[in-house]
Design a protein around this ligand. Sequence first.
Ligand code: CP
Length: 317
Amino acid sequence: MRSFMGRDILSLKDFERSEFFRLFEVALEMDEIARSRKNTDLLKEKTLVTAFYQPSTRTRLAHEAAMHRLGGHVTGFSDAKMTRAGDWYQESIKDTVHMLEYYGDAIVMRHFQQGAPAEAAKWASVPIINAGDGWGEHPTQVLTDLYTIWNELGTIDGLTFLCIGDMRMRTMHSISYALTQFDTQVYYVSPPEMSLTDDFKKELDAKNLVYHEADHVADVIDKADVIYMEPVVQPDYTKARQEASADKGMTPDNYKVTRQLLKEKAKPDSIILHSLPRMDELPPDVDGTRHARYWEEAFNGVVMRMSILASVLGATE
Ligand code: CP
């Protein structure tokens, strides 16, 4: 297994099976710290730089909370418009990260351009963590999600996943790459214009992922151990920011998971993950069912970021 020390976390495409379990094991140790709401001094000498060129609630604050729990420091920006990258100068990623690498020991970057964190990694001497790049990938979210499943169900192997939403979405790319390392099968349900692209299917075929496509959640929900959801009503992830129109639209029933549907068709022990924010695809009354695990997922968002930061900053070796 490759060491995590000093490593960029850009994609799950080349993650090895053993590397998932290593981060899960470290996360288990971190769980105790986060759950007791205490801070340690594991990263007291380290600083995390946050470079967010796109809005975020969870990903940025979970990384910041994780760094605080580990006794480290945080600096950075959450509104690129107030930096030289977002004003008249339109400063390049190269020049920006050449600055940021002197301000901290790791950089977590969200960007509207696919590949921007990989570009940053070319120029930075400190680890770059991809916090979501356009439609590209969202590796730390999916590591959080897989850790949640492993923690809740005790395994990832042997499970059937139902992925519902926009298959252009970065989480859908990262989870599909990740699942190629496990003995799983996946049912994808999406609107036709948001379905798996031919190029992406070729990649999944080359990695031997067993998957199927279906039109309606109701046709396949009975097969799922894990119901993995994203909105189909959502902004354009290739834009820095998008305001909502007066009529955002509603989610068709094909892509919704309701309390009624769960009662009538889902496996009794199936679990629902949703990285949030949600629209109407997951009504709030599902929160009170035994299937909901998205609040555990949210807590684990801090735990997994603690695991990643401690690992790339060399505190676990
Ligand atoms: N799930 C997720 O990436 O949330 P944020 O956009 O709030 O970071």
